[in-house]
Design a protein around this ligand. Sequence first.
Ligand SMILES: [Zn+2]
Length: 205
Amino acid sequence: MYNFSHEIPEDPRGNSLPLMRCPTNKPITGIVTSDDLIGTNTHYYRGRTIPCDTESCPACSEGFPWRWHSYVSLYSPSSHRTVLFEMTARAAEPLKVYRDAYGTLRGCRLTAKRSNSSPNSQVNIQTQRADLQEIALPAEPNLLEALSIIWNIELPSISVAGIEKQMPRASVRRNQLLRKSTMQKSTTASQSQSPNGDGSSDVDK
Ligand SMILES: [Zn+2]
């Protein structure tokens, strides 16, 4: 059975979350709803950010550099929207401190700000415990599922592969047959992500 509708859905891609990096023009603030962050090595390859495939990575084989990126789900109490917020390892350090202090990142009010107006300038993150008396946080989204949609990679290929440098690490091992079909698809995919941010949307002011 197939379902068609005249209505445009609010979330047209399953459990997707918009990807967001720290904007250059203003700080962003939100409340973390994931229990922890998750990170993996990524490449900027053929016009988009892709995760490093730990078994046979096309970007590694062509000598592309990699950079570890991490992600948390960030909720805006004013807009009631949740985004997947991306950070470098250095930017995410304060989250590690917070998690070690409180045992979870959920409920952490995060404010991220760039050190200047350059899109690649340093991101500084401040954390504090959110006052949740009058805020009902949404349930924790599945970060791996959200990443699999953004990266156009089948979910079974991504797993949490233990802890690396005290951070949960996403592991990407793609089935060769699936990889072929997905890579063909991804060349036509419109969701290219530049490393400087864009595709992004605001969480809060
Ligand atoms: Zn790689």
